[in-house]
Design a protein around this ligand. Structure first.
Ligand code: F6R
Length: 249
């Protein structure tokens, strides 16, 4: 696990963009696992900029998003599908047939979850998985619990997650309570993981992820078991880390 601290949000976004650019140089037809939320907004902007400069080509790339709210139509401005199309997909040369977004209108629909896992498997798994982290240590919407799910599943969002996500909605009551999310298996099977975190609200979760015993009560701690994780942090998110973690290889 490599831990890198940078000065600010822009540098974090540029660094993550460098890692994606390198990945696509090595393999044009890479399978990217993508995240949404506030953390990667700057990264998508930077990737679009590099695409327009002719530095990155997305034509052969396939994407799998981590998660989606249940109860929002895909054209709702706060849906993750809308987020991805407006910020990224519509602005680069990705083939729409290679874009995969989990979607389900009801939490009980096992078919949608199974179909998503099947697509992931058929694609051959993820080359590079991009992650943010929740203040409670969730990755995707794998929320802290006494057990974690391997496969795509329906998640009841925790109170902390709904509170954190309320900033994107006009009313607290509008925040969806459920989501469909990739499980822990495809995340941990990704050949390379890049996790970004920015801001003091993430400092505690980042410390727990790297310095606490592995536990389903802190899903991101499972990344300690992965041999190729790069964590890019701004100074605020890194504030609680002991100096020795920066020497991890
Ligand atoms: C989003 C996702 C979530 C977010 C996390 C942090 O697709 O999978 O795990 O990465 O909730 O969200 P932000 O970046 O808004 O702080």
């Amino acid at each position: 696990m490599k831990i890198k601290m940078v000065n600010n949000y822009q540098e974090m976004s540029n660094d993550a963009a460098d890692l994606i650019e390198d990945q696509l140089k090595k393999k044009k037809a890479s399978i990217l696992g993508l995240a949404t939320g506030g953390t990667p907004e700057g990264l998508y902007e930077e990737l679009v900029r590099r695409y327009h400069l002719g530095r990155i080509d997305f034509q052969e790339v396939q994407t799998f998003n981590l998660d989606e709210y249940i109860g929002l139509p895909q054209d709702h401005p706060q849906s993750y599908a809308f987020y991805m199309w407006s910020r990224f997909f519509s602005q680069v040369n990705i083939d729409p047939a290679r874009i995969h977004l989990p979607f389900s209108t009801t939490a009980g629909d096992a078919e949608a979850a199974t179909a998503y896992d099947k697509q992931l498997k058929q694609a051959g798994g993820i080359d590079l998985q991009l992650l943010g982290i929740g203040e409670n240590g969730h990755i995707g919407f794998n929320e802290p619990s006494s057990f974690l799910w391997a496969d795509t599943h329906y998640a009841e969002l925790s109170r902390e997650t709904m509170e954190a996500n309320a900033r994107f909605f006009a009313w607290r009551e509008d925040v969806p309570q459920q989501a469909i999310t990739m499980g822990m298996a495809p995340i941990l099977q990704a050949r390379h993981i890049v996790l970004m975190a920015s801001g003091k609200e993430k400092a505690h979760a980042v410390k727990e992820m790297l310095c606490s015993p592995i536990s389903p009560w802190h899903p991101a701690s499972f990344l300690q078991l992965h041999s190729k994780v790069e964590v890019v942090l701004d100074a605020e998110a890194a504030a609680e880390l002991p100096p020795h973690v920066f020497a991890y290889k």
